[in-house]
Design a protein around this ligand. Structure first.
Ligand SMILES: [Zn+2]
Ligand SMILES: [Zn+2]
Length: 273
């Protein structure tokens, strides 16, 4: 099982960090977690296409994690010859969000169907709203969900993928909580959104400092990893984006609380579970 960070960014626009999205690849099966800015551009670099995605899992409906949902839907639709509904999973409210996304696409859907005689079907998305437990299973791959804590954003979920005797946890944006602990137990790879607290605290902008209370900081991510017996912790979606040369400081801050491997994500980082 391979974990590929497609986008390691955050709401802050960065030239070298696409929006949050992570690919988990098991053999020929591609599972996509979140679909932030430029997800399909990063995906094509590693052979991932909207057309062939087995399923999409969304942790929450914050814009940075969903900006390119419409692109995944449209590109899958126009690159397939048959309807092949997109299997999409997200927290409660994701169905309404999907309906709104499809409504936004209505002009484009009309233009393309009117123009292409071989496109008789509309884009199709099969949505399942999830909160806890087994949500997807195929070919010996299991995906579990559990509630996370990103209050006041509610509800949010994280995911745990089990395949080939390995475990990968995609936590999304969350502070430590019981659901996160259950997702992480014994994980080979744990991908966690992190903020660097002492840097964020010094930013003279309250709207920016507001993020302190609903994200794990580096120490909390490391403590979660240690308590769960994780092998490799991936610090993802770092806020603020690390200045060049400061990367070892992020790693060291995690290592102070966790003995395992610590990686700071860049776009297209690949980790074997
Ligand atoms: Zn985020
Ligand atoms: Zn968020």
């Amino acid at each position: 099982m391979q974990v590929i960070i497609l986008g390691s960014g955050s709401p802050m626009v960065a030239a070298d960090r696409a929006g949050p999205s992570t690919l988990v690849r098991i053999g020929q099966t591609d599972l996509l977690f979140d679909c932030g800015r430029a997800v399909l551009m990063r995906g094509v670099a590693v052979g991932m296409t909207a057309r062939d995605l087995a399923a999409l899992f969304v942790t929450h409906m914050h814009s940075d994690h969903t900006t390119d949902y419409n692109d995944v839907i449209t590109t899958r639709w126009i690159t397939n010859t048959d309807p092949r509904p997109l299997q999409a999973f997200g927290p409660v409210g994701f169905g309404k969000f999907t309906d709104a996304t499809l409504a936004m696409l209505e002009n484009d859907i009309h233009y393309r169907m009117a123009h292409h005689a071989d496109l008789p079907h509309r884009p199709q998305v099969t949505v399942r709203e999830v909160s806890e437990g087994l949500v997807w299973e195929a070919g010996g791959i299991r995906v579990m969900a559990a509630p996370t804590d990103h209050s006041p954003v509610h509800p949010t979920v994280g995911f745990r993928i089990e395949a080939e005797g390995k475990v990968v946890t995609i936590a999304g944006d969350t502070v430590p909580c019981a659901g996160l602990a259950s997702l992480c137990r014994g994980a080979d790879v744990y991908v966690q959104t992190v903020i660097r607290r002492q840097v964020v605290e010094k930013v003279p902008l309250q709207r920016f400092r507001d993020i302190l209370d609903y994200h794990s900081d580096i120490a909390q991510a490391a403590q979660t990893a240690r308590a769960a017996g994780v092998r490799t912790l991936v610090l993802n979606h770092p806020v603020p984006a690390p200045r060049p040369g400061t990367e070892p400081e992020w790693i060291a801050e995690a290592k102070a609380h966790f003995d395992g491997e610590v990686l700071l994500a860049n776009d297209l980082l690949k980790v074997e579970a």
